[in-house]
Design a protein around this ligand. Structure first.
Ligand code: CA
Length: 232
């Protein structure tokens, strides 16, 4: 694999250059953008492997940029790490809610940033390229759009299939209904949050005959999670 390519979106030049310097030294290929518009142009020109987005930007906020990219089909799997001077829990939650893959608070060391980048890259590599997903006895063949349990094919509607695929590529993490709407349905579609419960119900029912419905777990007050661990 060649050098991984990082796009830094940060308007404060000294900070941007300091980050770029550290990343280049660590062997990353680096491009820089100073606002959301510049980031859009750079991404359209060539898709980076990771995006670092500052929260406070001169045109649109980094939060809005992250939300928008995570809603678009072409960029929804692009790993995003948000950079911010704010250290408040509330902001961290907001960043993760709009789909940021990780979050780092300024000031941070280059070493810490590089560790975070490597972690999201590992997750993205695992999630993005496997043709065959297997978890808890469920087998999902992405090339053939085929789901089976213990060798028996499972009939799923297209939405249930996408839900299951999303869950299997993002295990052990809780997603709110709003997040699932963004990530599975795409933000431009109007769907009531209640509709998600219906599709979750159908997915569970399809898996239930084979005892795999327990993999799709309800997290009270938060949303849903796919996990092979026992529900607590
Ligand atoms: Ca800034």
């Amino acid at each position: 694999m060649g050098a991984r390519h990082v796009l830094i979106v940060e308007d404060e030049r000294p900070i941007r250059e300091m980050i770029a310097f550290g990343l280049k030294r660590a062997g990353f290929e680096v491009r820089e953008a100073e606002d959301c518009l510049g980031a859009r142009v750079a991404i359209a020109d060539r898709r980076p492997d990771v995006l670092l987005v500052d929260w406070m930007l001169p045109d649109t906020s980094g939060l809005e940029l992250t939300r928008a990219l995570k809603r678009e089909r072409e960029t929804r799997d692009l790993p995003i790490i948000m950079l911010t001077a704010r250290g408040e829990e509330h902001d961290m939650v907001l960043g993760l809610e709009v789909g940021a893959d990780d979050y780092i608070t300024k000031p941070f060391s280059p070493r810490e940033l590089i560790a975070r980048i490597k972690a999201v890259l590992r997750r993205a590599d695992g999630a993005g390229h496997e043709e065959l997903l297997e978890s808890g006895g469920v087998r999902l063949d992405r090339a053939g759009h085929h789901v089976s349990i213990a060798g028996c094919g499972i009939a799923l509607g297209p939405t249930e299939y996408r839900l299951l695929e999303f869950f299997m590529t993002h295990p052990d993490r809780v997603y709110s209904r709003e997040q699932l709407l963004d990530r599975v349905w795409g933000g431009s579609v109007y769907v009531e949050e209640r509709t998600i419960d219906v599709h979750i119900g159908r997915l569970r029912k399809a898996l239930a005959g084979h005892g795999c419905d327990r993999l799709v777990q309800t997290v009270r007050g938060s949303g849903y999670r796919f996990s092979t661990r026992v529900e607590t």
